[in-house]
Design a protein around this ligand. Structure first.
Ligand code: NAI
Length: 327
């Protein structure tokens, strides 16, 4: 199901006092879009950091997170997912107006029950599928962009109208419209890409490098052919415009034959079994969210260790040796 401009009643969000919690990547873009869509009452809640002066420079009344929450009828929670649980508990939940609407731009915290949600609270997701700069640029250019919309908790019975009104004010219901989804689906697909799809792709590159290097090929030739040429980004760019398989037609016949035959001969059973396990046992069960919350509470040392281990990947060492990406 899609939601279009014609489904939206903009007066719903225009008549609410809106509090942006966070003025980063998404926060700034969304606040500017709402203001340009005629939402008059916007307040920003931000801690004292480098983002705060930007909110002030953009002419938004800027206060602490708790102060903003106390006034907000629609609360846009736009701080990083990994900080939401703690900030919600310590600075938000006890100060919510009765009948407020929580608006999230990612499903993670809601899908995995990281936030205590008071009974009278409406909860909706309006999740642009692009970075903040894209959300702002497309709005200004009057171009559409992909966005997920969902109702997660409907205390008022009017959450869907609110969500569609917000999506429209953000410019997300133009063109093909905003897609109905859910926090579980959004977070599930996102985490699946992060924990199954991309690790598999990363492993392909890691092992490919080892095999080619083992055959005596040079680091320069291997890395430039594999990705420094930007060939993978061009392939994915075309996959999104002409189709996942149809982009193959831009390659030589030899390449088409090699790719289609090679793909056919790959038995995906083991990979699929692994993917199933990651999706169901780790992600949708909530195990990952619990594990990561604990790790974050302990200072995220495991992430640091993983980065250290990655330094000794042969592919990383080859990049360092060639001095490809000087910091
Ligand atoms: P960001 O990293 O740009 O957020 C920065 C903001 O969070 C600043 O206002 C900063 O003051 C505040 N902040 C950071 N840590 C904090 C803490 N510990 N306590 C209080 N405030 C803190 O975040 P971004 O990328 O805008 O993400 C916000 C939400 O939007 C997330 O739910 C994310 O999943 C979602 N989202 C992000 C997209 C992206 O492209 N970055 C795309 C679509 C959704």
């Amino acid at each position: 199901r899609f939601f279009y401009d014609t489904d939206a009643d903009l007066s719903i969000i225009r008549n609410k006092k809106v509090a942006f919690i966070g003025y980063g990547n998404q926060g700034r873009a969304q606040a500017l879009n709402l203001r340009d869509s005629g939402v008059p009452n916007i307040i920003v809640g931000n801690r004292d950091d480098e983002y705060k002066p930007q909110a002030i420079a953009d002419d938004f009344k800027t206060v602490s997170i708790t102060e903003a929450v106390k006034e907000g009828e629609a609360i846009f929670l736009l701080i990083p997912d990994e900080d939401q649980q703690e900030i919600w508990k310590e600075q938000i939940v006890d100060h919510l107006l009765p009948n407020a609407t929580l608006v999230v731009a990612s499903g993670y915290a809601v899908a995995f029950n990281l936030l205590e949600l008071p009974a009278s609270l409406d909860v909706v997701m309006v999740a642009p599928r692009m970075i903040g700069a894209g959300v702002r640029d497309r709005y200004v250019a009057k171009e559409p962009y992909p966005c997920f919309v969902s109702v997660e908790k409907d205390a008022s019975g009017k959450s869907l109208e609110t969500a569609v009104s917000i999506a429209s004010a953000l410019g997300a219901t133009r063109g093909r419209g905003a897609v109905e989804s859910s926090c579980r689906e959004e977070a599930g697909i996102d985490l699946f890409a992060e924990q199954a799809l991309w690790p598999a792709i990363n492993s392909c590159f890691i092992e490919a490098y080892k095999v080619l290097k083992g055959a005596g090929f040079s680091d320069e030739a291997i890395l430039f052919d594999m990705y420094m040429s930007k060939e993978p980004s061009e392939v994915f760019e075309r996959a999104s415009t002409v189709g996942f398989f149809k982009q193959l037609k831009y390659h030589s016949k030899t390449s088409q034959f090699g790719q289609l035959r090679g793909t056919k001969n790959n038995d995906g059973t083991a990979l699929r079994e692994k993917f199933e396990k990651v999706l169901h046992k780790d992600i949708l069960s909530g195990e990952f969210a619990k594990y990561w919350s604990n790790s974050l509470a302990g200072g995220a040392k495991e992430l640091e260790d993983l980065w250290k281990e990655t330094e000794s990947q042969p592919l990383q060492i080859a990049e360092n040796t060639l001095g490809l990406h000087k910091e």
